[in-house]
Design a binder for this molecule. Structure first.
Ligand SMILES: [Zn+2]
Length: 174
């Protein structure tokens, strides 16, 4: 009887410890995910997606601030559409600049992206916002995001083309 009680008590203690360790890890993981998300949200709100210049710099030095800059100068969707355009254009029709950008894009080089540069801030000293190694990580992340967008757009274009071809064939049969 004593042995049974001892075994049950031991099992309960081990399970409580194991569960606490597990819950601790789950809570830590959630906290870390929340921190990462907060950092990404802060980046989205306060930095240009293309050039990584902070909102503060635009508000200080540029008319229309960051709102105008991310809509007119560095609209990320313009970049995505441009890459889709380059990928769908026959290689022989590409201009020198276009093939340069496409080659770099395929090689995952970001040299063609205006990094810490914006025409509306030309000649303005951006202080300590010089490119750093951290920006490499940011740009790799940006590149992965773009690739995802581009692939989904390409998929949509392919589906649309398929539908159009099917419809054309159906109409021809009629
Ligand atoms: Zn920008």
């Amino acid at each position: 009887m004593i042995k049974l009680c001892h075994d049950i008590a031991f099992l309960i203690v081990v399970k409580v410890i194991a569960l606490n360790v597990l819950f601790g890890q789950i809570i830590d993981t959630f906290a870390s995910l929340r921190d990462d998300k907060a950092a990404i949200d802060d980046d989205i709100k306060n930095k240009c997606f293309i050039c990584s210049i902070t909102k503060m710099q635009f508000e200080k030095h540029s008319e229309g601030g960051m709102e105008r800059h991310i809509k007119k100068d560095h609209n990320m969707w313009d970049y995505v559409y441009y890459i889709v355009h380059l990928k769908s254009k026959p290689t022989s029709d590409l201009t020198g600049t276009e093939s340069y950008i496409l080659e770099n894009f395929i090689e995952r080089e970001i040299i063609w992206i205006p990094r810490m540069k914006a025409l509306c801030l030309e000649g303005i000293d951006l202080g300590g916002d010089e490119p750093s190694d951290n920006n490499d990580i940011e740009y790799r992340f940006l590149f992965m995001k773009w690739n995802k967008h581009i692939k989904s757009i390409e998929k949509s274009v392919d589906t649309l083309l398929e539908k159009i071809t099917k419809k054309e064939l159906e109409e021809e049969e009629k």
